[in-house]
Design a protein around this ligand. Structure first.
Ligand SMILES: [Zn+2]
Length: 63
C-alpha cells in the first residue's frame, strides 16, 4: 500500500498511478494534479511525509 504524499490518499493500484522519483525513491499519486503539486513543492511534501508514521506523536503534541 502506497500513500499519496499530497492528499494522503491510499493507493491500492499503483500501476494506474502517476509516479515521481525523488532522490531514488519512488512516490505515487492518485492523479497528475497531485504529482504536479508534489513536483513543484517537493521539499514541503517530503518534510510532511516524514511525519506520516508519527500520528501518535501528533496526538500527544501540546503547546
Ligand atoms: Zn492525490
Amino acid at each position: 500500500m502506497e500513500l499519496d504524499p499530497v492528499c494522503k490518499m491510499e493507493l491500492t493500484d499503483i500501476k494506474k498511478c502517476d509516479e515521481s522519483i525523488v532522490d531514488g525513491k519512488k512516490y505515487y499519486f492518485c492523479s497528475t494534479f497531485c504529482r504536479v503539486l508534489f513536483e513543484n513543492n517537493t521539499e514541503y511534501y517530503l518534510s510532511k511525509e516524514n511525519k506520516y508514521g508519527l500520528t501518535k506523536q501528533l496526538k500527544g503534541v501540546s503547546h
